[in-house]
Design a protein around this ligand. Sequence first.
Ligand code: ATP
Length: 255
Amino acid sequence: MTLSLRDVAKAFGPKRVLDGVTLSVGKGESLVVIGGSGTGKSVMLKCILGLLWPDAGSIMLDGQELVGLKGSALAAARARFGMLFQGGALFDSLAVWRNVTFALTAGRNVRAEELRAIAIDNLARVGLGPEVAELKPAALSGGMQKRVALARAIAARPDIIFFDEPTTGLDPIMADVINALIRDQVKALGVTALTITHDMASVRKIADRVAMLHQGRIIWEGPVEALDNSGNEFVDQFVKGRADGPIRMAGAGGG
Ligand SMILES: Nc1ncnc2c1ncn2[C@@H]1O[C@H](COP(=O)(O)OP(=O)(O)OP(=O)(O)O)[C@@H](O)[C@H]1O
């Protein structure tokens, strides 16, 4: 599946958050969008998911315009999406296997034993044993919850998966494990992936290609190998995590 944004704009009152975002992700490709806090990464993702409507521009999914879709047409497009949210967003009252297969039951009558088997298969893909299937999310560590959330994101075999800050709240070692699982599963399933993050370790591990959002536009994009020699001073400052440079953050001090 190919996803392409063209001149996408979104403002909240006088505040222009997206100011003409143009970006594509090709079939089977893993694209990571980086950018500082408040640069509009989440707003961009919400526009793609149909949770916000852009003021202008086009978002095409395999040649179909998503902007303006409603009702069953929007639901059909979304059925091709998988998502891993920042907090994992598991349902506390449901056993892990119910969480993993949640999207598979929508409007269909599938036998519990069949769902449990699908859950166990997808849990194995993220390194979790079948005993985890019966537990409630609250009984799991943060790292295990992320694994379950990843199992859920892949269980419906979506055409494209969106990862929203997939390593938030994890220690660096667990973050590396999750990043490796994401990369391996995305490649194994041949799924298209779009990730938003400011975690450079994630970027280096899961990106084929990187795009940087700054002041409402994509100011640089290139293969992950080019990140350290981008020739772009904004990218350079971000990648190296320097307070000093062309990017001025509110509250960061300096001039
Ligand atoms: N519904 C809304 N109404 C008004 N302003 C909004 C709304 N949603 C987002 N914004 C503003 O848009 C800007 C971009 O927010 P967004 O959450 O997309 O940033 P981000 O790049 O995802 O940041 P972070 O990395 O910190 O999550 C912020 O200034 C935010 O306050």
